[in-house]
Design a protein around this ligand. Structure first.
Ligand code: ADP
Ligand code: MG
Length: 259
């Protein structure tokens, strides 16, 4: 059964703890995200935002707690009353439900835009090439780059490259998209086109977790805003509560930098 039929959260993070050697980075994160929800995570540098995203798709193994995506615990399966680690192949299958977009676009420089988009569906997931190409062209249209299919990444602006990276993440038909500061590496005049693409995905009902410092985007596009500091969720709620009427001093201090 999938979450669409059960009304269950698509993502459940339960008491997630993550440390690196003796550095405790996540100190008990609890967060449920419903299908179709857009959650924006705000917080100062070093507060654990990227680490949390990486724990969701099990790029980082957690030490305590659980991350459950679409009803499955990431990285583990229950056998009787024991938890067993999944194999690399099984983890790859779980990750197929999750697309990720980074600050750096990480496109394959030696491949055209279209080749970048069909690489994972055809090369990794065995999708029929003609189907993958048709889907890739749809996605390029959605991000406004139909005319760039045969260009190489270096021929595109940063904003265009990031829109290709978003289309590439969508090519595996993820149920969940994670964005880690997707506009932070862009020249200011290119930020808007990427945020517009993300707003469009949000309107189409994609479940998204977005780490960003774009407060305007959080205010308009987020169903919920989470403020993280020091490895904790300090507060969360609708944007007009967290951004316009924060209850915690740390949230107020953080937001005051953007006024
Ligand atoms: P944010 O994204 O909120 O800026 P990060 O999740 O990147 O924060 O980092 C939180 C803390 O974890 C930082 O102190 C960072 O140095 C540390 N950290 C992140 N990844 C690693 C790693 N692989 N090894 C050691 N420390 C790490
Ligand atoms: Mg980060």
């Amino acid at each position: 059964m999938t979450t669409e039929t059960t009304g269950q959260p698509l993502v459940c993070a339960r008491n997630v703890h993550k440390s690196f050697d003796h550095l405790d980075v996540l100190k008990g994160i609890d967060l449920d995200i419903m299908p179709g929800e857009v959650v924006v995570i705000l917080g100062p540098s070093g507060s654990g935002k990227s680490t949390f995203l990486r724990c969701i798709n099990h790029l980082e193994a957690i030490q305590r707690g659980a991350v459950i995506v679409d009803g499955e615990q990431m990285g583990y399966a229950r056998k009787g009353d024991r938890l067993v680690r999944l194999s690399g192949n099984q983890i790859a299958r779980q990750r197929r439900k999750i697309g990720m977009v980074f600050q750096q676009f990480n496109l394959y420089p030696h491949m055209t835009v279209l080749q970048n988009l069909i690489e994972a569906p055809v090369g990794v997931h065995g999708e029929k090439r003609s189907d993958a190409i048709a889907h890739a062209r749809q996605l390029l249209e959605r991000v406004g780059l139909s005319d760039k299919a045969d260009n190489y990444p270096a021929q595109l602006s940063g904003g265009q490259q990031q829109r290709v990276a978003i289309a590439r993440a969508l090519a595996i038909r993820p149920k969940l998209m994670l964005f880690d500061e997707p506009t932070s590496a862009l020249d200011p005049e290119l930020v808007g086109e990427v945020l517009n693409t993300m707003r469009d995905l949000a309107r189409r009902g994609l479940t998204m977790i977005v780490v960003t410092h774009e407060i305007g985007f959080a205010r308009e596009a987020a169903d919920r805003v989470v403020f993280m500091d020091g490895g904790h969720i300090v507060e969360m709620g609708p944007p007009d509560a967290v951004i316009d009427n924060p209850q915690h001093e740390r949230t107020r201090a953080f937001l005051s930098r953007f006024l």
